[in-house]
Design a protein around this ligand. Structure first.
Ligand code: HSE
Length: 400
């Protein structure tokens, strides 16, 4: 019998306990031994839970128990979650987590700490919820030189945008539903303002390019400023506005990462990713494009990724195969405005003025909200230069 301890009995933590129980036999076959939860750590009381006898309040009990091989950290944040993660790794216990804040801020150090103590630190559930994406990037696509990763990686904002646009729900109602469904962060402003997407794109960049990209270096914009006029203009060509996290490695090795709403033309498969679903595109020199799709948030999809990592930790530790990336300096960071793409612009100007400024443009709509048009490909710098002195009401990158 192999024992796990679960820290934090919230949405994901309770899903992990339930799934380990429900899929006990299958997990035992995959790991080569039965896996059971020995402790659940939470400051709250759960007297009616079928697992009530497993609850403890003191992490030292878990830390000191040699039978606990894997610690599941589903507390969230970078406070006690970080302290307990460090203590568990130092005690030689593998740690598995869904905590994207901790991984994006301190993953590089925690991986090194784990390696030092022959313990795994695994976090598949931190990006994409139930969508396998980190393991495919670091293992299955390891043979390729990756050049770009971009995608819809926040289920809450995608759910809100879908419900507002397709079902006419208000922002507040759609957000409340996302909270009730267990998609949103405890403080949903991290979803809405793009911070959650920023953390996830950092983790994707870290693994894809092997360099630590700190969230504080990533320009981040959320969905709060998206206007109905732009949603309607995009819809006139069956395009969709989506919140995208993107990281690109140039030929000089520098990495540009950012989070912003984009206009996705209908040819782009991500334009059709709706509700809580996430979609992530990975580009490699040899593979070309690979796309990953599935439920990006919610109790059981996320718990599945955590439980799969528990099994992986138990297998990997035996082989001493630890993933890692290295700390990186400023020289690695590129400005996203260097990236070239078409642009969606809505501005107080007519077709002729747009054509004088941008050359060949595709006009989507002209009405009291201004003229909405698509430009040809140009860098963010070139676009900003052309827009100097212009009353631009919306400017989004276009993904085709
Ligand atoms: N709040 C996150 C989301 C949860 O909506 O995507 C999954 O990481």
């Amino acid at each position: 019998m192999i024992y796990a301890a679960v820290l934090g009995y919230g949405t994901v933590g309770s899903g992990v306990v339930e799934l380990l129980d429900r899929n006990r036999d299958k997990i035992a076959k995959g790991v080569g031994d039965e896996v059971a939860v020995k402790y659940i750590l939470d400051v709250r009381e759960f007297p009616d839970s079928p697992y009530a006898s497993l609850f403890v309040k003191d992490f030292a009990v878990i830390e000191a128990d040699p039978e606990v091989a894997v610690v599941v950290e589903t507390i969230g944040g970078v406070g006690v979650a970080q302290t307990f993660t460090r203590r568990a790794l130092e005690a030689g216990k593998s740690v598995v987590t869904s905590n994207k804040e901790l991984v994006s801020e301190f993953g590089c150090e925690l991986l090194a700490l784990g390696k030092e103590h022959h313990a795994c630190y695994l976090f598949e559930a931190s990006v994409g919820g139930g969508v396998p994406i980190l393991h495919p990037i670091s293992v299955c696509l390891n043979g390729d030189e990756l050049t770009e990763v971009y995608g819809i990686v926040n289920g809450t904002t995608n759910y809100i945008l879908t419900q507002m646009i397709q079902n006419g729900l208000s922002f507040e109602t759609a957000l409340r539903q996302a909270q009730e469904l267990g998609y949103a962060e405890r403080n949903p402003s991290a979803d809405v303002n793009g911070v959650d997407t920023c953390r996830k794109i950092c983790i994707l960049a870290d693994l894809a390019f092997g360099k630590n990209i700190a969230p504080s270096t990533v320009r981040t914009e959320g969905i709060a400023d998206i206007q109905m006029a732009d949603i309607a203009a995009a819809a006139s060509i069956h395009a969709h506005i989506k919140l995208i996290g993107r990281t690109v490695r140039g030929e000089d090795g520098r990495i540009a990462s950012y989070v912003a709403p984009h206009v996705l033309l209908m040819e782009n498969l991500l334009a059709h990713v709706e509700d809580v679903f996430n979609g992530i595109v990975v580009k490699g020199g040899a593979t070309g494009e690979t796309m990953f799709y599935g439920k990006g948030a919610g109790k059981m999809p996320t718990a599945t990724a955590v439980v799969s990592d528990i099994c992986e930790a138990l297998r990997r530790c035996r082989a001493e195969a630890f993933p890692h990336w290295e700390m990186a300096g400023e020289e690695v960071l590129a400005d996203p405005d260097e990236l070239v793409n078409r642009w969606y612009i809505r501005a107080n100007m007519d077709h002729d003025e747009a054509a004088v400024l941008f050359g060949d443009v595709t006009v989507l709509q002209t009405d009291e909200n201004g003229t909405a048009f698509l430009t040809g490909p140009m860098s963010g710098f070139a676009c900003a230069e052309k827009l100097e002195g212009v009353d631009a009401l919306a400017v989004y990158r276009v993904l085709e």
